[in-house]
Each structure stands twice: as structure tokens, then as C-alpha cells.
Design a protein around this ligand. Structure first.
Ligand code: TMP
Ligand code: ZN
Length: 426
């Protein structure tokens, strides 16, 4: 069997909506065939067999779930995973906030069991453990689960399913809190995961879910968050439909700035009778007013994406043509996506700098731009950085004050590409 046929076995087009079961889709935008965003490669003389999969986004006309057009087999995506939860100031602060919110609004007490899906290397669970909770991680990435276990956060190297949940319940008892941070949008079999939540959750337990908010995506036009791992882009309205269909009740929501704009939603059993907060109806009303129930809002997004896909590479090419050296800041999954979608490669972007040791020394998927450590980048700085980890822009601009003072500049891609220098940051 040749490599292309091999790859085809690992992908399938989306037909029915994973939230409501309908199959009437509005096509929003298609990016063609794109490699997996986190599939960093060892440098090689040729990259002939590198897999690429169709990437595009569609919207369900019934429940307004935004979904990617194709689902790649999770065994291919997650068993060995190079995305390590950031230990940036921004994320560390955010994890404290999540723990405090779950404690206060979910009524979490010391000794309660907290189970996290997609727990990565265990950073979030370590915050709960510090405050006295019993914790257990469940993450299919064997490499990351091993790191978490070494660091003292017990972690099962499994996908979270009804069967996994039964095993956990038998050995640990019911969970007072089940948490899924930025993993829920990666899951195709939502029914399976929610059956697991049902099996594991204590009668008054809380399921806390953090997802990127589709409204932020639509407003900020940050289309680089659309990649194969991100299957779903949710409205509050859509999440409400989903949980209701599975016998659960969404009772609270908070809009957060993290990862370009996210929602933290709290879900419980309807029998627990938790009152639904005002924040839920307020956001659902705002989504109605923004006309996100009809095709028009999504057509406008598609127009905005087209404009950036033209303007950003044109701006980078003009900087290069003027003799400036350009490098990427952060080899984020978003970064590899935008470079591929905009057709920018080593001719325009000399290297990408990234703090993740797993990525350093490798090349980016598709574009094959090399990844360098911050130390190497500081020894050989570019004239201009393309901000690829824009969700940390504030923190990075502060950290790179010296680069800016020395005349360095940043290009910020969204919602319209702009150049930032020391003068504009002040
Ligand atoms: P994320 O948005 O998916 O967390 O990815 C951000 C990437 O950017 C991650 O690979 C780490 C990298 N990064 C840096 O290289 N320097 C920084 O200062 C920050 C905050 C992130
Ligand atoms: Zn739907």
C-alpha cells in the first residue's frame, strides 16, 4: 500500500452533526490539504511522504455547531503528542482562576475527587492537588501521561470513554468534579464522553468544560485556530443543546480571554436543581442579536478570512523584499497552520523560535521552517517577528522589550495585519 492510501484511511469527511445529528451544512471556508498542526518533523533532505489532510470549516444550519470538514483518527493525532501545556504566566494565572471558580461555584471541598480529561502533563491537576483534592488525569498521549506520572500526578494513558469512566469509578469512587480544558473541542464522539461523565459524576458533581468561543473566532477572524485537532467551535446555544440532549444541564458560563477567547461552562445533573445563571441567557441572547443563527454572519467571517489570507503574506513578502529578515515567534499549532494556509515558507520566514524543548531542532509541518530555542534566536535575532503565539502577545511584547528597544518589530496578524514597534507598544 502506498503512503497516500495509508493516510486516506486515517481521515473521514463529517456528514452528520456531532451535536444534533442533522446533516444540513453551510460551507464557510476551505483551506485545501494541510499537514497536521503539531506534526513537527526531524530535519531531512526530503519530506516526500508527509501526510496532509483536507481542512475546512462548516456550520450546522440546525444547531449552529461550527465543525471542521474532516476528522482525522484520534489514534493518529493523540497517542504521541507534542503539545505540552504552556507554563507561561498567562496560563499559570488562568489555571489558578479555573481552580478557584470550580471550588467556589462547584462547591469543591478538600478530599473530593477531581478527574481531568486531556490532562496533558498534569499542571492543572497539580493546582487542585495543592489545595487538597484527590486528583486523577486521563490522557491518551502515552508520552505525556508518563511525564505526569513522573511528576506525581497519577494519570491513565487512555481516551476518556464510558468504559474508562466505569474503571475509574470502581477504583476511586464518584468524582465531585470532572474537568475538560481545551479538550472538548477535540472530541468527535461526544456521546461516548458524556456517557462517561454520567457514569463518573457524583449526584451533585460538576462537569467543567473550557472551549474556544466561536464568537471570538468570528469577531477576531483568527482562522489559524482552525486545524484538524479542533473539531468543534461552539456557541453557548450549541453547548446548551448538546448537554440537554444528553440529560445534563448547563447552569453557568464565563467568558475568558485565554487562547484568544474561551468559555468556561459548568454543567450538572438536572436533578441537582442548580439555578441557571443570568450569564447563560445573556450570552445566548447576544448570539441571537449577532445573527449567528443564519448564514449571513458566517459569510462575513469568510470574507474577513479571505482578506487576511491576501494581506498577511503580501506584508511579509514586502518586508523581505525591503531586505528585512523575518522570523516567527512561537512554533504554535496556530503558527504552523497560518504559515501553511498563507503559503509562507523558509524563503520568507528564516526560523521560528519556541520555548518547547520537544519542538526545538525540528522543522515545522508543511513549511519545514526550522525551530530554534529562544537563546539561539537572541544570538541571531531577525529584524521583524511574525507573532505566531498571538494569544500571549502582551506577555511576549513585555518579555521582548529589549528586542523592540533595539529597533525590532512585530507583525500581529489579526483581525488585520499590523506592524508593532517600540513606539506603538509604549
Ligand atoms: P499555545 O498557544 O498552543 O499554548 O502555543 C504557544 C506556543 O508558543 C508554544 O509552542 C510555546 C510558544 N511560546 C514561546 O515560544 N514563547 C513564549 O513566550 C510563549 C508565551 C509561548
Ligand atoms: Zn447540529
Amino acid at each position: 500500500m502506498n503512503a497516500a492510501a495509508d493516510h486516506e484511511e486515517n481521515v473521514r469527511p463529517v456528514t452528520r452533526c456531532r451535536v444534533c445529528g442533522a446533516s444540513d451544512w453551510q460551507e464557510i471556508v476551505s483551506f485545501g490539504e494541510v499537514p497536521l498542526a503539531n506534526a513537527f518533523l526531524a530535519p531531512a533532505a526530503s519530506y516526500e511522504d508527509e501526510p496532509a489532510y483536507p481542512l475546512g470549516v462548516i456550520s450546522c444550519r440546525s444547531c449552529r455547531l461550527m465543525s471542521v470538514t474532516h476528522v482525522v483518527d484520534p489514534e493518529v493525532l493523540y497517542r504521541s503528542y507534542s503539545y505540552v501545556t504552556s507554563d507561561s504566566e498567562t496560563i499559570t494565572r488562568h489555571m489558578e482562576f479555573v481552580a478557584a471558580t470550580c471550588r467556589e461555584r462547584g462547591g469543591l471541598a478538600p478530599g473530593d475527587l477531581v478527574v481531568e480529561l486531556g490532562s496533558n502533563t498534569g499542571q492543572q491537576l497539580a493546582v487542585f492537588a495543592r489545595d487538597g483534592a484527590r486528583v486523577l488525569g486521563v490522557d491518551p498521549a502515552r508520552n505525556l501521561a508518563a511525564v505526569a506520572n513522573e511528576r506525581g500526578t497519577p494519570t491513565l494513558p487512555e481516551f476518556f470513554t464510558a468504559a474508562t469512566a466505569e474503571i475509574v469509578r470502581r477504583s476511586h469512587g464518584p468524582a465531585r468534579l470532572v474537568l475538560g480544558r481545551h479538550v472538548f473541542a477535540h472530541i468527535d464522539d461526544l456521546a461516548g464522553v458524556l456517557a462517561g461523565v454520567h457514569a463518573l459524576l457524583a449526584p451533585d458533581g460538576v462537569f467543567a468544560v473550557e472551549v474556544p468561543y466561536a464568537v471570538d473566532l468570528l469577531e477576531k477572524l483568527a482562522f489559524d485556530t482552525i486545524y484538524h485537532e479542533h473539531l468543534s467551535y461552539f456557541l453557548v446555544r450549541t453547548l446548551d443543546t448538546l448537554f440537554t440532549r444528553h440529560g445534563l444541564s448547563l447552569f453557568d458560563v464565563e467568558r475568558l480571554p485565554v487562547h484568544g477567547g474561551s468559555l468556561l461552562v459548568l454543567v450538572g445533573r438536572p436533578e441537582a436543581g442548580r439555578p441557571v445563571t443570568h450569564a447563560v441567557s445573556t450570552l445566548i441572547e447576544a448570539e441571537k442579536r449577532a445573527e449567528l443563527g443564519s448564514d449571513a454572519g458566517y459569510r462575513e467571517f469568510a470574507r474577513g478570512v479571505r482578506a487576511i489570507r491576501e494581506e498577511l503574506p503580501a506584508l511579509v513578502r514586502s518586508l523581505v523584499a525591503e531586505g528585512h529578515r523575518v522570523a516567527g515567534y512561537g512554533a504554535s499549532a496556530k503558527g504552523t497552520t497560518i504559515l501553511n494556509i498563507c503559503g509562507l515558507g523558509p524563503a520568507e520566514v528564516a526560523y521560528c523560535t519556541d520555548t518547547t524543548s520537544l519542538k526545538q531542532g525540528k522543522v515545522l509541518p508543511g513549511t519545514h521552517i526550522p525551530v530554534r530555542s529562544p537563546e539561539d534566536a537572541r544570538a541571531d535575532p531577525p529584524d521583524v517577528y511574525l507573532m505566531l503565539a498571538w494569544n500571549y502577545a502582551e506577555e511576549i511584547l513585555r518579555k521582548e522589550a529589549e528586542f523592540l528597544r533595539a529597533g525590532g518589530r512585530f507583525v500581529l496578524p489579526f483581525p488585520k495585519p499590523v506592524i508593532v514597534s517600540a513606539d506603538s507598544v509604549r
